[in-house]
Design a protein around this ligand. Structure first.
Ligand SMILES: CC(C)(COP(=O)(O)OP(=O)(O)OC[C@H]1O[C@@H](n2cnc3c(N)ncnc32)[C@H](O)[C@@H]1O)[C@@H](O)C(=O)NCCC(=O)NCCS
Ligand SMILES: Nc1ncnc2c1ncn2[C@@H]1O[C@H](COP(=O)(O)OP(=O)(O)OP(=O)(O)O)[C@@H](O)[C@H]1O
Length: 201
């Protein structure tokens, strides 16, 4: 128990596209918890691996700059090209994550990991929190936020494990089918359970 500061509890937050992971992460940050975001680390990995990325996906570069929407269209319509992108970026994401984790001094850390179950991140984690919402609602939210078409959102959804399967694997499931107030209440309840389980309260 005295080792908590040296060995923080690490909880993964996951959920399919548009489920509300970033909204949950923002709430936790506003309550003072450290949260790392693997989409953000993937963005840094794309920057660090830009030369290789350009070699593998020349069609996705306009001038010197990466067009993320073009890259998404290439990889989410072709599993082999998606694998090539992941094989390039994921080792760099893991390296950046180890660096960030070593920097944070806190008893409880959250990691927002879109592909937590798909890529076997459980081994690093003390528990997993799934944010869940019906697919029609998720598509509606992402279209409204990003300007992607419903078909582009569904192409990503198809590259992810079905939510139903993730429900079976998660330690905690946070339903996000109502309003933001309900989401916040649900999150407070789960946070209390996490603190109780790990003797952090
Ligand atoms: C294809 C890219 C350039 C599109 O960029 P864009 O800014 O539009 O999306 P962003 O990175 O913000 O991701 C948004 C969402 O797309 C979905 N998504 C992203 N990568 C993947 C993937 N490899 N498989 C399935 N879904 C994915 C997730 O739901 C994610 O939360 C980008 O998603 C990417 O570089 N993906 C590969 C890296 C990766 O696997 N990231 C996931 C975390 S390690
Ligand atoms: N309960 C809710 N009520 C209304 N809007 C919501 C709710 N939850 C999330 N949203 C909105 O839906 C959009 C998607 O949510 P968010 O970005 O948190 O999901 P995400 O799982 O992180 O998405 P992605 O997989 O694309 O990274 C955002 O614009 C967010 O503000």
């Amino acid at each position: 128990m005295g080792d908590r500061a040296k060995h923080p509890i690490i909880i993964g937050i996951t959920g399919n596209i548009g489920s509300g992971k970033s909204t949950v992460a923002a709430l936790l940050r506003s309550w003072g918890y450290p949260v790392l975001d693997l989409d953000e680390l993937a963005a840094r990995a794309r920057e660090n691996k830009k030369a290789e990325l350009k070699r593998l996906f020349p069609e996705a570069f306009a001038g010197g700059e990466l067009d993320r929407r073009a890259l998404a269209q290439l990889v989410f319509s072709d599993p082999e090209r998606l694998k090539a992108l992941e094989d390039l970026l994921h080792p760099e994401v893991r390296r950046l994550l180890a660096e960030e984790l070593a920097r944070i001094k806190a008893p409880l850390i959250f990691l927002e990991i879109p592909l937590l179950f798909e890529k076997g991140w459980e081994a690093l984690l003390d528990g997993t929190l799934l944010v869940a919402a019906p697919v029609e609602e998720r598509v509606r939210r992402v279209v409204a936020r990003s300007g992607l078409s419903p078909e582009e959102v569904l192409a990503r959804e198809r590259a992810q494990m079905p939510e139903e399967e993730k429900r079976k694997r998660a330690t905690w499931v946070l339903e996000n089918r109502g309003g933001l107030k309900e989401l916040e209440e649900g999150l407070r309840e789960i946070l209390a359970r996490i603190q109780e389980r790990f003797g952090l309260s």
